[in-house]
Design a protein around this ligand. Structure first.
Ligand code: ZN
Ligand code: ZN
Ligand code: FE
Length: 736
C-alpha cells in the first residue's frame, strides 16, 4: 500500500476536476480524498502502486474538456488506511492561485435536455452543467463555490441538491445549478417599469415583440444586448438613429449554422469556429446572391459579424423567431455594457421599449468576443466572453507582482504573479468616466480574485493615456513601454518567440519615442530591445485629434505637402473657404499639427481620394470600406519605395486622383502595402510578426500568409490594442 499526496495547479476548479479525480480513484480501486483550496486542488491517494500509476496516466490523458493542469506536484506520505474515497469541503488558504474561468456557452448535453420534453429541465432557460454555463460573470471571489457567486441566494431544491452532491452526476458541484423550481426568475418589463410576463411566457412575448418590429433589451451572460429583427429595415434605421450609430456594423445572432448558411458563405474553419464553445462573433462573407437581410446591418461592407445563440435563454428565444436578430451590446454610446436593470430607463429610454431581466446578478461584465479566420488560422480582434479571463503558465524568475495596464483604446489589463500571466476581458475605450470607472472596477476584481497588489506597474509611453495618468498616481515604480513595440511583443508571447524578429506594427495611432505619432513601423527586435529599421513618411495631422474623425483633413494635409496640381481642387472644394484658410495656416506654421506616420491614417487618406468617405463615424471604418472595394483581379500597385529607412508614398497621390475609379485606387493601394511588407521582409532572414489594428485587414494578412514563410499574427490575443498589456508584460519579464 502506498500513500501519495498530489497538488494540482492550473484550471482545476469549477470544471469538474474533483469528480474527475473521484471517478478515476473509484475506477482504480484507490482510497483517500480530494479537495479544492485557494491554490488549486489537493488529493491524497492510497492504493497499490500499479493502480496509482494507471490513475496518473488517466489524469494526464483524460482531462475534462475545460480543465488544464499547469503544475502537478506529488509527495509520498505515511499510509492512513482510508476506508473509501471522498470529496472534502474546500479549504481556505490565504494565497489565491486558482484561476477564474471565462463564461462558457451551453454544451451539447444540456441542449439535448433543454429540448427533451421528458426532462425536468425541458425548456429551462438557465440549464447548465459542470462543462458549461456562467463562471466569470457570477463569481465574487475564489474558490469557485456557490456561496461565492451570485447564485448564493438561491436555495437548491431537493432534486437539484441531489445532483449537486452526487460525484457521479454531470452536475456535481456545477455552482450555478438550478431548475425552474429553485432558480432565478425571468421578467419582461415595459421600459416604464411595468412587469408584463415572467419565465417562459416572457421569452415568448419578447420574441413576439421583436417579430413585430420593436427594439428590445435582454440580459444575456455578460450584460444586456439590444435586439431587433434583422430583416426589418425600418426598425434598424430607427435603432441607428437613436443610437447615433450611422454605419458601424451590427452583429447578428442566429438559431443555427444552417440559418447562417442561407445568407453567408463560410469555410469549414469558419463554421467550426462559429460552433466552438467560445461562441464568438465571426466575420464572414455575405452571400450576395441570397442575402435577404436588411442592407442597414453592415452598410458598404461585404462581411457580417455572425454568432450563434450561446445560452439556453438565447436558444429558446431564437427558436421562436424565424429570422436572425441584431444583437449588439447595450450601452450608452461609448460606455461599458449594461449589466443591471437598475438605471436602464435612464440609459435606454427612447431606444428600447421593453427589456427582459432576471434576478441573478451579473457581477462581472464581458462583451462578446470577435474574430475572423485567415484560412485555418484565427485572427483575434476582441478576446472577451468565452475566452477571457485567460490564464497562461509562464515560467519566469520574477518574484514581483506585475500589473500591465495596456493602452487607451480597446483596453484590457494583464497581471503577472507566481509564474502565471492573466489577461482580463475587454474593457473598452477609456474616453469617458464610465469606462474609466469600469477599468478601475475590473482592476479591483482581479486584485481581489488573486490577493494581488502590484509591486510594479507597466504602461504605455503616451502621456495623455488614462492608463499612463492612472499609473503615475499610484506611488509605485513604473515602467513605460513603447506602444508598437508592445504590439509586436504580444505576438511574440503568443507564439513563444524568444529570438530576433522582424516586427511590422501598423495601426491608427501610438506615441513614438520622438514624440510624434507612430503607426507605420518596421522593427528589428527581441524581447529586450528594438530598432526602428523602416517607417512610413510622416504628414501633419491638422488639428490633431480632429483629423481622425474629419478625415478629409488628412488628404488636405498630404496634398499641401505636394506641389500644386489642378486635380487637387476637388479636395479644396470640400472645405468652406474660412476653414480651408485656417487649415492652410496650421499646415504652414505647424500649429497644432503633430507629425504622424500611421498606416491606419493612410486608409483615411485613400478613402477621401476615392470619394467614398469624408468623415468616419467609427474606428477602422475607412479600412473596411477600402477592403470592400478591393478587386483581386487588379494586380497593379502604387509605387511606394523605401529609401534610407523611410517608405515614400506621397508622390503617388497624383496618380491616385488620375485613377479615379475607387476600386482601382483601393486595390492598387492595398497591393502597395502588401508589397512594402514583402520588400522589407526580403532584407532579413527572420520570423515576421504582424500586429496592430491595420492587420485586422483580411486581404493584407491573407496575401502575406501565402507569400511569407515564417509569418505570425495573433490568434488568441487581440491583434489591436487589446493585446498591448501582454506585450508590456513580456518586455518587463524578459530581463529575469
Ligand atoms: Zn452543459
Ligand atoms: Zn432545482
Ligand atoms: Fe495600437
Amino acid at each position: 500500500m502506498t500513500h501519495l499526496s498530489y497538488r494540482f495547479e492550473g484550471i482545476v476548479q469549477g470544471v469538474g476536476f474533483r469528480p474527475f479525480i473521484y471517478m478515476l480513484a473509484l475506477k482504480h480501486n484507490l482510497t483517500g480524498f480530494v479537495l479544492n483550496d485557494s491554490m488549486g486542488v489537493e488529493a491524497s491517494i492510497e492504493g497499490e502502486i500499479l493502480d496509482i500509476e494507471a490513475f496518473e496516466q488517466d489524469i494526464l490523458t483524460k482531462l475534462p474538456p475545460l480543465a488544464r493542469i499547469d503544475k502537478m506536484a506529488k509527495s509520498v506520505k505515511v499510509c492512513e488506511y482510508f476506508e473509501s474515497f471522498s470529496i472534502h469541503e474546500s479549504l481556505h488558504v490565504s494565497a489565491k492561485y486558482s484561476f477564474v474561468s471565462p463564461d462558457f456557452a451551453m454544451c451539447a448535453d444540456c441542449l439535448n435536455e433543454l429540448r427533451d420534453p421528458q426532462n425536468r429541465r425541458h425548456n429551462y432557460f438557465f440549464i447548465n452543467c459542470t462543462n458549461c454555463g456562467p463562471r466569470y460573470s457570477i463569481i465574487k471571489t475564489v474558490p469557485y463555490d456557490r456561496s461565492n457567486t451570485s447564485m448564493k441566494n438561491f436555495v437548491m431544491c431537493e432534486e437539484c441538491e441531489k445532483e449537486y452532491t452526487n460525484p457521479q452526476n454531470r452536475r456535481y458541484h456545477a455552482q450555478p445549478i438550478s431548475c425552474e423550481k429553485c432558480g432565478p426568475t425571468l421578467s419582461l418589463y415595459h421600459i416604464d417599469g411595468k412587469k408584463i410576463a415572467t419565465n417562459y411566457e416572457a421569452i415568448k412575448r419578447l420574441a413576439m415583440l421583436i417579430k413585430t418590429g420593436h427594439i428590445v433589451a435582454m440580459k444575456g451572460m455578460g450584460g444586456f444586448h439590444l435586439m431587433c429583427d434583422a430583416k426589418n429595415s425600418d426598425t434598424i434605421a430607427l435603432l441607428r438613429e437613436k443610437k447615433h450609430r450611422p454605419t458601424k456594423p451590427f452583429a447578428l445572432m442566429f438559431a443555427s449554422i444552417a440559418q447562417i448558411a442561407q445568407v453567408c458563405q463560410m469555410s469549414e474553419a469558419e463554421k467550426a469556429k462559429i460552433c466552438s464553445q467560445e461562441r464568438p462573433i465571426v466575420l464572414v462573407k455575405k452571400d450576395m446572391q441570397n442575402y435577404d437581410l436588411s442592407e442597414l446591418i453592415a452598410p458598404n461592407i461585404d462581411r457580417l459579424g455572425v454568432f450563434l445563440a450561446y445560452t439556453p435563454l438565447h436558444v429558446l428565444l431564437l427558436e421562436y423567431l424565424q429570422n436572425p436578430i441584431i444583437a449588439t451590446s447595450a450601452n450608452h454610446t461609448g460606455e461599458p455594457i449594461i449589466t443591471q436593470a437598475k438605471g436602464i430607463q435612464e440609459k435606454l429610454t427612447g431606444i428600447v421599449e421593453y427589456f427582459l431581466d432576471y434576478n441573478r446578478e451579473i457581477l462581472n461584465a464581458s462583451d462578446d468576443s470577435v474574430l475572423q479566420m485567415i484560412g485555418e488560422k484565427t485572427l483575434m480582434m476582441r478576446s472577451s466572453r468565452g475566452i477571457t479571463p485567460l490564464s497562461m503558465h509562464y515560467p519566469n524568475a520574477c518574484t514581483q507582482k506585475v500589473l500591465a495596464l495596456g493602452a487607451h483604446q480597446k483596453n484590457a489589463i494583464a497581471l503577472y504573479m507566481n509564474e502565471q500571466i492573466i489577461l482580463s476581458p475587454y474593457i473598452g475605450d477609456l474616453d469617458n468616466i464610465a469606462t474609466v470607472d469600469f477599468f478601475e472596477k475590473t482592476l479591483q476584481t482581479f486584485k481581489s480574485f488573486y490577493d494581488f497588489e502590484p509591486d510594479i506597474i507597466i504602461c504605455d509611453k503616451h502621456p495623455l493615456y488614462e492608463t499612463t495618468k492612472w499609473a503615475k498616481k499610484q506611488n509605485k515604480p513604473i515602467v513605460q513601454v513603447q506602444h508598437h513595440y508592445s504590439h509586436i511583443l504580444s505576438g511574440m508571447l503568443e507564439h513563444n518567440l524568444d529570438e530576433k524578429v522582424l516586427g511590422i506594427a501598423w495601426d491608427g495611432t501610438g506615441y513614438g519615442d520622438d514624440g510624434t505619432i507612430w503607426g507605420g513601423e518596421f522593427f528589428l527586435c527581441d524581447r529586450v530591445s528594438y530598432e526602428r529599421v523602416a517607417r512610413f513618411e510622416s504628414f501633419a495631422l491638422l488639428g490633431g485629434e480632429a483629423s481622425i474623425k474629419d478625415i478629409k483633413r488628412i488628404a488636405l494635409s498630404v496634398i499641401l505637402d505636394l506641389a500644386y496640381e489642378p486635380i487637387f481642387e476637388q479636395i479644396f472644394k470640400r472645405f468652406e473657404q474660412k476653414e480651408l484658410a485656417l487649415l492652410r495656416q496650421m499646415h504652414q506654421k505647424k500649429i497644432n499639427s503633430p507629425q504622424c506616420n500611421a498606416v491606419g491614417r493612410l486608409f483615411d487618406l485613400v478613402s477621401v481620394i476615392c470619394g467614398v468617405c469624408d468623415k468616419v463615424s467609427y474606428d477602422g471604418e475607412s479600412g473596411l470600406i477600402l477592403e470592400n472595394l478591393y478587386d483581386v483581379r487588379i494586380t497593379q500597385s502604387y509605387d511606394f519605395y523605401l529609401q534610407e529607412g523611410i517608405i515614400y508614398y506621397k508622390h503617388t497621390v497624383k496618380e491616385m486622383f488620375k485613377d479615379a475609379e475607387p476600386s482601382l485606387i483601393a486595390s492598387k493601394f492595398i497591393n502597395a502595402l502588401i508589397n512594402c511588407c514583402l520588400h522589407v521582409s526580403t532584407k532579413y532572414d527572420l520570423a515576421i510578426v504582424l500586429s496592430g489594428g491595420v492587420f485586422q485587414n483580411r486581404t493584407i494578412v491573407t496575401a502575406l500568409e501565402i507569400k511569407l514563410k515564417r509569418l505570425y499574427f495573433q490568434n488568441r490575443f487581440a491583434i489591436n490594442d487589446g493585446g498591448i498589456a501582454l506585450g508590456q508584460l513580456t518586455h518587463f519579464l524578459a530581463k529575469f
